[in-house]
Design a protein around this ligand. Sequence first.
Ligand SMILES: [Zn+2]
Length: 275
Amino acid sequence: MIQNSIILFIIGTVIGSFLNVLIYRIPIGKDFISGRSSCPKCYKVIPWYGLFPVFSYVFQRGKCLFCKEKISIQYPVIETISGLIFVGTSMFLYSPFLSIPDLTYWLFYIAIIEITLLLFVIDLKHFILPDSLVLSLLVAFGAYYLTTQILGISPDYVQSSLTIQNRLLGSLVIGGALFLLWFLSKGRALGFGDVKLMSVLGIIFGLKGGIIIFYMAMFIGLIVGLFLIFFKQADLKTKVPFGTFIGLSVLTYIFFYNQIISYVNFLILRAFTTV
Ligand SMILES: [Zn+2]
């Protein structure tokens, strides 16, 4: 059991260092498949012993081996978070070691969560949600859906209540409403990237899930905004990375699905019984 967690953590940190490469390369439009990583200051190619996630950073005391330029703390932090995601999902969602269906569910959520982590960081740093990543979410869902169909696996508990009609409705209603909001506010209320991301999330999580995710994202944004205004780090004109809040919301939705759905169902029931 503990060995499995250690293996998953190590794989997670390796994927995390790949995420760091993507975080650096996607916003500047660089090819992210070819080319070896190099120091952004002195451009020297990083040798093999500088590529161990987390470990290399600690070993080099956070500095480039050649020019001694400080390496951003983002690198080991993302690697560690990714490692923790690998372990956390296997403990709290599905274990990849149990059965083929569990492995399928786990791979799906790992893909969704790691892409969400990428969107979270890139929107936070650059205020963009790259199309390639939003599309990747859709591809991950397509692969999951096809796999369950081909292998005859019933969908996991988040996906099990959703029909194709519900997903299309979710995407159209949420995407349509946000598109209007984007259009009427001339892009001030939210970015077009947010509209596209929420349309894709409508397909993956259905109408109800999409609405809940959007609502929670606004709520998280409100709390963070008030916090920043209170500590004078922002005012009402400060640009906010809404995609970052959507990312947090997606993670909350996946990990606390049962609690969130039963609470929402309780609210709906109460609304209809008191009227
Ligand atoms: Zn350097």
